[in-house]
Design a protein around this ligand. Structure first.
Ligand SMILES: Cc1cc2nc3c(=O)[nH]c(=O)nc-3n(C[C@H](O)[C@H](O)[C@H](O)COP(=O)(O)O)c2cc1C
Length: 262
């Protein structure tokens, strides 16, 4: 076959396509476990950041060590009770929220976080020191303007005071909505009250800034300027997950257990 023939040109192009597609798909398969491990590590690092237990960029071995002190539990969200039949290590909340047999559709009134379906179970993380509960970390997610924002809210042992908030995945606009990931904005959260004395979630992000003379100041966090839609999304997702369709029943049960024990 002559080098100038169209048949040879086509053959070379086909062979190159085949070789490179095999290379690219093999790389994707080989690197997949590493990517998954890195994603898991990133989620755990963000969980520890929300809990105030680690700094950004904490090395993998420290994250692993600190996660050893965090007790993961699977909770049945409607009843708020622990489900011992499901292994927290293998439970995938996002997959559970997609499957019809492990989730339920939310009607428009309930779906303030705009997530459409909610898994029947969720994974919570108990923070303990010398056997005593010092806090709890709850996974939260909901819609911003352009994306679903995934994160964690950590509460102190009183189950009302915010210990920290951190998002590990969001696709809002850089410099606007993506400021939900700005450590300066996240620093406004610790010490705020998430729920009132009766367990109703009251925390909210306020457009134009929290008003120091408002009786609700303890529940208010400054909005992100130019990103009211994302800010409202954060308020809504927190109110959903801390409310009766989210972790409300679990938090009430945990509080009752604490009262009994004291
Ligand atoms: C290119 C572009 C990207 C934007 N990205 C966001 C965003 O990520 N989050 C958000 O809330 N608003 C975003 N906005 C602004 C919204 O359209 C809307 O104007 C804003 O949420 C209102 O907030 P403000 O009242 O604080 O200005 C964006 C606007 C433009 C033009």
């Amino acid at each position: 076959m002559s080098n100038d023939s169209w048949q040879k040109t086509l053959l070379v192009a086909l062979v190159l396509c085949l070789v490179f597609s095999v290379l690219v798909s093999s790389a994707a398969v080989v690197l997949r476990p590493t990517q998954e491990a890195n994603q898991r590590l990133d989620v755990q690092r963000n969980l520890l950041l929300a809990a105030g237990l680690a700094e950004a960029g904490a090395p993998a071995d420290l994250v692993g060590e600190l996660m050893g002190s965090v007790e993961a539990q699977i909770i049945d969200l409607d009843s708020g009770t622990q489900n011992m039949d499901v292994d927290p290590d293998t439970f995938n909340s996002i997959a559970a929220a997609r499957k019809p047999n492990t989730s339920a559709a939310l009607d428009s009134e309930a779906d303030i976080a705009r997530i459409k379906r909610r898994a029947n179970m969720a994974k919570v993380y108990l923070l303990k020191k010398d056997g005593q509960l010092t806090g709890v970390v709850l996974p939260v997610y909901g819609s911003g303007l352009y994306s679903t924002m995934y994160g964690f809210i950590a509460l102190d042992a009183d189950l009302r005071t915010v210990r920290g908030l951190k998002f590990y995945e969001q696709g809002e606009t850089a410099g606007l909505g993506a400021e939900v990931d700005n450590p300066r904005w996240l620093a406004k959260w610790p010490g705020k009250m998430a729920l009132d004395e009766t367990g109703v979630p009251r925390v909210e992000v306020v457009k134009g800034g929290a008003n120091p003379s408002s009786p609700m100041i303890d529940y208010q966090v400054d909005g992100i300027s130019g990103a009211t839609m994302t800010s409202d999304g954060v308020s809504a997702l927190l109110q959903f997950w801390l409310g009766p369709n989210g972790f409300g029943p679990y938090l009430a049960k945990l509080k009752a257990q604490q009262m009994e024990a004291s």
